[in-house]
Design a protein around this ligand. Structure first.
Ligand SMILES: Cc1cc2nc3c(=O)[nH]c(=O)nc-3n(C[C@H](O)[C@H](O)[C@H](O)COP(=O)(O)OP(=O)(O)OC[C@H]3O[C@@H](n4cnc5c(N)ncnc54)[C@H](O)[C@@H]3O)c2cc1C
Length: 400
């Protein structure tokens, strides 16, 4: 016991806040390298392993997971995607971005399954996850011995003393706020619409992602399994979930996803729905003292372009390498350079996501210049459809 009556903190080299894709990838790589770490996760294991979110993995993400021996189940079960379709009531075309990007692909594998795989692997490697423990204070990051205090589900306080804190606690986590306000800057953007996100039965699923542009607004369909798709519907920025009963969702999906061929796309039984305020943000730098941010804790993207989880895993892989260099070779150079190394990739993804969002959304209902906007969009789509070099650039950036 310490003099103030509290239990002595548990000592670890890296304290990781959050068991999302970023925190779990980092913990797996560090544990495999013999570096001691503890993951602290606010939610239960059951919760994180059933939380449906992303599903589109870039080729580089699959490559990274494979390199670290974490892709066995994923490789067996993931579905390869190489095409996407842009459709409107009078026109539809498909881009074979896999071929244009030299054979690189997207891999569809639901995020909750990946999280489950990463937890299982981590425990098999001897790693530690404190489930149902919320980080409540991160202190001493500007010195040599940071501490992380967490509140367990039974109300008790657990403290970790460490050398490095990895803030992988998502968009609403505590880690980013531990950086003094005058030492971080957040660049953010709130788009003037929301997306209604719907997980629903849809069979047969289209073979590709569908981006549908309709006067009522955007609709998208991203197959997750042969029977289940993630759907998105553009709606007003003040809309609430209560404004969207299931019958309205199904009608709007059918209407907006209808293409010129009369093919009917649409949702069956709705499994889950949510209202997503569309925003993007980047916090710079992604580090302060001994605290390093990875994934959504440092940058949030709209789901448009499916970049968020991929960036989270890319951050974690770079941070893992930097920690290994510190603890194995005694070199802090990679840790010092972490933010500088990651930010160009982060901003490229932000740029692509913002560009795609602008392409597939109609003008705001009150914007007036509907025809001009529509004509511009048609011109932009024609560039993707007809200009080989433009399509190739699109493909390379889309597939990651
Ligand atoms: C509907 C939807 C669809 C998406 N589709 C895609 C897609 O197709 N492709 C893609 O790449 N991305 C997609 N994304 C984004 C993707 O889900 C996120 O970018 C990804 O989850 C980020 O991973 P992360 O590890 O940084 O954070 P998270 O997955 O958010 O994990 C953070 C973890 O930290 C925990 N936590 C939070 N606060 C604390 C605390 N105080 N103490 C302890 N633990 C804490 C949380 O419970 C959580 O488990 C989508 C997102 C949504 C919402």
């Amino acid at each position: 016991m310490s003099r103030d009556g509290r239990s002595e903190p548990t000592r670890t080299q890296v304290a990781i806040v959050g068991a999302g894709p970023a925190g779990l990838l980092l913990a797996n790589v560090l544990t495999a390298a013999g570096i001691d770490c503890v993951v602290v996760e606010h939610r239960s294991r059951e919760h994180i392993e059933s939380r449906a979110r992303a599903g589109f993995l870039e080729q580089r993400t699959l490559d990274c997971l494979s390199r670290h021996g974490l892709a066995e189940r994923l490789t067996a079960a993931a579905v390869r995607h190489v095409r996407c379709e842009f459709r409107s009531a009078d026109r539809s075309f498909t881009i074979d971005y896999g071929a244009l990007a030299g054979g690189r692909s997207h891999w569809v594998y639901p995020q909750q399954l990946l999280v489950g795989d990463l937890v299982e692997q981590l425990l098999a490697r001897g790693g530690t996850v404190l489930f149902s423990h919320a980080a409540v204070a991160i202190e001493g990051i500007d010195g040599d011995s940071p501490r992380l205090a967490c509140r367990a589900g039974d109300g008790s306080l657990v403290e970790l003393a460490c050398d490095v804190v990895a803030g992988c606690d998502g968009a609403r986590g505590a880690a980013r706020l531990a950086i003094p306000e005058n030492r971080r800057q957040t660049y953010d953007q709130r788009y003037p619409f929301n997306w209604l996100t719907v997980l629903a039965e849809a069979s047969p699923a289209p073979e590709q992602v569908v981006y549908a542009m309709h006067p009522d607004g955007f609709a998208g369909q991203m197959p997750r399994t042969p029977d289940v798709s993630r759907f998105y519907l553009q709606c007003g920025s003040d809309d609430a979930l209560a404004d969207w009963p299931d019958a309205r969702i199904r009608t709007q999906l059918r209407r907006r996803l209808a293409g010129p061929d009369g093919a009917e796309l649409g949702a069956g039984r709705i499994l889950e729905k949510g209202m997503l305020a569309m925003r993007s943000a980047v916090t710079e730098p992604m580090q302060f003292g001994r605290l390093y941010l990875a994934g959504d804790a440092a940058h949030v993207l709209t789901p448009c372009g499916a970049k968020g989880m991929n960036l989270a895993i890319a951050d974690a892989a770079v941070l893992a390498e930097a920690c290994i260099a510190r603890f194995r070779d005694g070199s802090d150079a990679l840790l010092h350079a972490y933010s500088e190394v990651r930010l160009p990739d982060v901003w490229q993804s932000q740029e692509f996501s913002d560009w795609l969002l602008a392409l597939i959304h109609g003008p705001r209902p009150d914007a007036g210049a509907l025809t001009y906007e529509q004509r511009l969009r048609r011109a932009r789509l024609a560039q993707i459809e007809r200009s080989g070099s433009f399509a190739t650039t699109f493909a390379r950036r889309y597939v990651g």
